[in-house]
Write a protein of this length. Structure first.
Length: 165
């Protein structure tokens, strides 16, 4: 068996065990997603971990952290609010929906322009992929203040777009 096939078989064994662990932690229907996220972290950050033992030591730690995050977001939905990665290109739609997408985009940009500096900065950092702790450190705020400001900013944007609370 080649090294890629051996690595794939090894990762599949780890994935099965991680899925069982996520289920054991009580993640319910989200256990598969948490196991998949764990595998992505193992694959991207720990690609040099060669042995099953190494991966089985790292996997449960990563999985338990992700499960804790999942529970935190589940118990406080405000923290789980996220903006989409990007707005779809209006040119990919029919003319009627392209017009409404363009109007939506203009409303969103106007709402962002009217936002306070803290909101703009938090949105910018979030869209760049910064985590709450990083944002808090940069802006010299508590992490709870960052989460609250981010949630309120999203609420204002949603209201400006005609969404409900």
């Amino acid at each position: 068996m080649d090294s890629t096939g051996g690595r794939d078989a090894l990762l599949e064994k780890v994935r099965v065990r991680i899925l069982g662990f996520a289920t054991y932690l009580g993640c319910g229907n989200d256990a598969e997603d948490i196991a998949q996220e764990t595998m992505v972290v193992l694959h991207t950050r720990y690609a040099d971990a060669a042995s099953l033992e190494d991966l089985l030591k790292l996997g449960p730690r990563i999985c338990s952290n992700l499960a804790l995050n999942w529970r935190r977001h589940k118990s406080n939905p405000a923290r789980a609010v996220e903006l989409p990665e990007s707005m779809p290109d209006a040119s990919e739609r029919d003319p009627e929906s392209a017009l409404s997408a363009k109007q939506l985009q203009e409303l969103l940009l106007e709402a962002i322009r009217k936002s306070d500096d803290r909101c703009k900065e938090i949105l910018r950092l979030r869209l760049e992929g910064a985590r709450t702790k990083e944002i808090a450190d940069r802006l010299r705020l508590r992490t709870g203040a960052v989460d609250t400001a981010y949630f309120r900013c999203l609420q204002r944007l949603r209201n400006a777009l005609g969404g409900s609370r």
